[in-house]
Design a protein around this ligand. Structure first.
Ligand code: SF4
Length: 557
């Protein structure tokens, strides 16, 4: 990956394409690249939807190589939801393909002169951008079908749905999975709204005629990759739990721990949890045409995903993730798997963050707009967002906006972003992460559920403050590094518990880059990412007073 693609949407005479060498950004990838560019080039006080914000899309350092698990892609910008820096990452095929095509980053910048919508094609011959207003308000599924018909059956897409076009703060960016379905999303922080503000509906990628990126030291790289894969296969979470049941294996575990936010964070346990847990979901998927074990991109060996078919044997959506199942399930008092899967499909099609949507629907349920447990009403609320009705626009702008509009006190947000599926009162380490991460409430930024609940990477009592700050800090640093490599964060279970698997990861990075890296280099990478992000947020006006959980979460239920 030796070049950066810049598309200036505000150039005189129409969009201007430039390809340039890496310069100061050489050696960076994923989150290190997106946060590096945003911190350096975006004025922190700019409007997130204005000409000075930039949308940066960056494959991880190892993406495009044959390293296992290396297909994550990062999206960065100033967030319309939080007002701070944002990195949201996704699986899917585009990361590997952009890596093979040699692009370390795509930077969308400037402001279009009018509301023309554009499509971009990237292949081995270069980059092409064309206006196409026939794509306006298409859902992601129809859009991908249209792109396949136009550019060939093998292309993959990075796209926004109607929510992104309407610049909603809960809008996501979709990345197609191995079967070219738009099921993987950079969901958090409203990154889809920034792509919409740039006037780009879809980036189509065709990597025909390219080959995998070659490591600098093939023998070292190959041996380390083999050791790494063996480590993932032998760990009980990455080798058994996630492949068999997906991330939704957590539903019963978190519910047992009393940490499952239920009915807008009113309770810590949900009576319908076992009906929507990973075991029930896998049984339903396997009993239909679907599968409970599936990878979201080539090279994934954990395969935590799956495919969900409806009652009539038609593909509906990917296996619903734990956080989505919670957001639209227990948090809204809903225990109907088919209804929740339908909501997941609608979110993916409209291009909406499932966590933000579920949290927002629960807030408006608390306000009396619908009853907790009413699945049909929840589905209709998502459709309102997809259509952009006045109520839909409120919902599509997230829980903080909806809470204010409807006068709700219990609004589960930090820095404007919804808290995910772990109650910070019962998992205090994740509370520290929600409060202090640069991202707004984000479980992935420092997943303290590991040592607080799962006994992975040690044990820290979830109900006591002792040890939580150190736990969260170390995890946030490690995550900053992992998110830069292109590795899926789920490798963390194995590398936290198995020193030899962690060493194998370091050796993969060394073998690929030709450098002799150590664990300290990985830590330094994570720290450098966090420092850039905190510095951006400070310049955007955030202080440590913003590192706070909402008032209700300091009180007992
Ligand atoms: S473990 Fe799951 S999220 Fe991670 S790359 Fe594999 S399928 Fe995608």
């Amino acid at each position: 990956m030796d070049k950066i693609l810049r598309i200036n949407m505000g150039a005189d005479g129409g969009p201007e394409i430039k390809t340039e060498p890496l310069g100061d950004y050489a050696g960076l990838g994923g989150r290190a690249m997106t946060s590096g560019i945003v911190a350096k080039e975006v004025p922190p006080l700019c409007h997130p939807l204005g000409e000075d914000n930039k949308l940066v899309i960056a494959p991880g350092m190892l993406s495009g190589s044959v390293a296992a698990m290396s297909g994550r892609i990062s999206v960065g910008c100033k967030s319309p939801l939080t007002g701070g820096i944002k990195e949201s990452n996704s699986g899917g095929q585009p990361s590997q393909m952009l890596g093979r095509l040699g692009y370390a980053a795509i930077v969308l910048e400037g402001k279009p002169k009018d509301d023309t919508l554009y499509k971009v094609l990237i292949n081995k011959d270069g980059v092409n951008i064309k206006p196409d207003n026939s794509l306006k308000m298409l859902g992601n599924y129809d859009l991908v079908d249209k792109m396949k018909a136009e550019f060939g059956e093998k292309v993959h897409c990075i796209s926004i749905g109607p929510a992104g076009e309407m610049k909603m703060s809960a809008a996501s960016i979709a990345f197609t999975d191995m079967e070219q379905r738009p099921t993987r999303h950079a969901g958090r922080g409203g990154v889809g709204a920034v792509m919409g503000a740039k006037g780009i509906k879809v980036i189509v990628i065709d990597d025909a005629g390219t080959s995998a990126r070659a490591p600098a030291d093939p023998d070292k790289f190959k041996a380390a990759n083999k050791e790494f894969v063996a480590g993932l296969r032998k760990h009980p979470v990455t080798g058994e739990g996630l492949p068999a049941y997906g991330t939704n294996v957590l539903t019963n575990v978190i519910n047992e721990a009393g940490a499952y936010p239920t009915k807008n964070f009113s309770f810590g346990q949900f009576e319908g949890a076992s009906k929507i847990g990973g075991e029930a979901l896998a049984e339903l998927e396997n009993s239909r045409e679907g599968s409970a074990t599936h990878g979201c991109h080539r090279g994934c060996v954990i395969r935590c995903s799956g495919t969900f078919y409806d009652k009539n044997g038609r593909f509906l959506t990917k296996q619903v993730e734990y956080e989505t199942m919670w957001a639209h399930g227990g948090n809204c008092g809903i225990d109907d798997l088919d209804a929740i899967a339908q909501m997941d499909r609608l979110d993916d099609d409209f291009g909406l963050d499932t966590i933000e949507m579920g949290a927002t629907i629960a807030v408006v349920m608390e306000a009396g707009v619908a009853e907790f447990g009413d699945a049909e009403a929840a589905i209709n609320l998502i459709k309102e967002a997809g259509k952009g009705t006045p109520l839909g626009r409120i919902i599509g702008n997230g829980a903080a906006v909806a809470g204010k509009v409807f006068g709700v006190e219990r609004v589960p947000v930090v820095k404007g972003q919804s808290m995910p599926a772990y109650d910070p009162r019962a998992v205090q380490g994740i509370g520290v992460t929600y409060a202090t991460t640069t991202m707004g409430a984000d479980h992935t930024a420092g997943y303290a559920v590991t040592a607080n609940v799962l006994g992975v990477g040690g044990n820290v009592d979830a109900l006591k403050p002792e040890g939580q700050v150190e736990l969260s800090r170390n995890l946030q640093i490690a995550t900053g590094a992992i998110d830069s490599t292109g590795m899926c964060l789920f490798i963390a279970f194995a590398i936290l518990d198995q020193p030899e698997t962690f060493q194998a990861l370091v050796d993969i990075l060394s073998g690929f880059s030709g450098q002799n890296l150590t664990a300290d280099d990985v830590t330094a990478l994570g720290q450098s990412v966090l420092k850039k992000e905190r510095d951006f947020n400070a310049r955007a006006g955030f202080t440590n007073k913003d590192d706070r959980l909402p008032d209700f979460s300091k009180k007992s239920r």
